[in-house]
Design a protein around this ligand. Structure first.
Ligand code: COI
Length: 355
């Protein structure tokens, strides 16, 4: 067990109402923090009042972007119990992201204990309304003040918490996604498979352009040929053509989503035909022309299961299922959230109680 010192805040914040939660706007009263130095490894684990980190302006994260994060959720069940979703898998992914950016990985058990400890301190912040949860954001940054280009030798690991509702403004409605044909997000051999902060910076320009066209997000295509669909930055993508449900294979250019993996498992449990294979925009358009493109949905921690009602191309939009939520998307959403809130059997042991 990690020795964690706890310093409680003297002034508790007032909690937001469930209605206006949105995503990532509010932060709880406390945060977890620990430091890394070569001679001491990860040390000085503590929970302290939420507040600024006090970084040196020379800190290498600010110059060379050694920053990774993860995102998971804690749910308040109908029975009042707090349950974390696949928390060990999230901590493993955080460690893998650290490795990719030459940062010292936070040991999986340490990250898990840190998250559980800070969630316990701020347990009252876990909202209970349907569709709400406590979003957990563990982050690792390089804090050494040094301008030479090499991996830093000092790091900070912190965990902040945010009570959230729906990621997309429209809630359970479908979203429209722009198929990006010009910019790319991540090339083979790059950072796409890690949850590196820099990946999100790389996507902002195209997202803003898509927003101006009225689209919620961008669907990235492969960087080499601009032909194969990859992911939507904040979510992985699934496409139903006829009876086949297709999602792009993990080839290192986008994040191995934990909700993606869970959706694949649930679909397989239902005996559906699921393929992890490449899918080109030509095949997508062809299927649409033949009336076989039945559903498209995104999966992600923040996005949960987000049905897509339209895919925008420069020569027009493919409308999907009349812009309405598809049958598989709805069933998946109900099952996954049922598992998360403790009303559907958790047959794969994804949930862990926080008490
Ligand atoms: C998540 O789903 O946890 C994400 O990290 C997406 C996000 C950047 C909002």
């Amino acid at each position: 067990m990690l020795p964690i010192e706890t310093q409680r805040t003297a002034t508790l914040k007032s909690k937001p109402s469930n209605e206006g939660l949105g995503f990532g706007k509010y932060f709880t009263d406390h945060m977890f923090r620990m430091e890394y130095a070569p001679e001491r490894g990860w040390h000085q684990a503590r929970i302290l009042p939420y507040g600024p980190l006090g970084l040196d302006p020379g800190a290498s994260v600010l110059h060379y972007a050694q920053a990774v994060f993860d995102g998971s959720k804690v749910f308040r069940g109908k029975d009042g119990q707090l349950r974390a979703f696949r928390i060990t898998d999230h901590c493993k992914r955080l460690a893998a992201s650290c490795e990719r950016l030459s940062m010292p990985p936070v040991p999986v058990e340490v990250a898990r204990e840190a998250i559980e400890a800070v969630v316990k301190v701020d347990a009252e912040w876990v909202p209970s309304a349907p569709g709400t949860s406590l979003y957990v954001r563990p982050t690792v940054i390089a804090s050494e003040a040094f301008l030479g280009v090499r991996p830093a030798d000092k790091y900070i690991f912190f965990v902040i918490l945010s009570p959230v509702g729906s990621y997309f403004a429209g809630g359970a409605e479908t979203v429209r996604i722009w198929v990006e044909q010009e910019h790319t997000r991540a090339a083979p051999g790059g950072l796409g498979g890690a949850k590196a902060a820099a990946n999100y910076a790389a996507g902002l320009k195209a997202s803003m352009e898509a927003k101006k066209r009225g689209y919620a997000q961008v669907l990235w295509l492969d960087a080499l040929e601009h032909r194969y669909i990859e992911e939507v930055g904040t979510m992985n993508l699934f496409v139903r053509i006829g009876e086949e449900i297709i999602t792009p294979p993990l080839e290192g250019t986008f994040l191995p989503g934990i909700t993606r993996e869970s959706a694949l498992q649930i679909l397989r449990d239902w005996g559906m035909k699921v393929s992890e294979r490449r899918l080109s925009t030509d095949e997508l358009r062809e299927a649409h022309k033949k009336g076989e493109l039945r559903e498209v949905f995104g999966t992600g921690t923040a996005a949960v299961i987000s049905p897509v009602g339209g895919l925008g191309f420069s020569d027009g939009e493919l409308r999907i299922g009349d812009g309405k939520v598809g049958e598989v998307s709805q069933r998946l959403y109900d099952t996954l959230t049922g598992i998360q809130y403790g009303t559907v059997a958790d047959r794969h042991g994804w949930m862990s109680l926080i008490k």
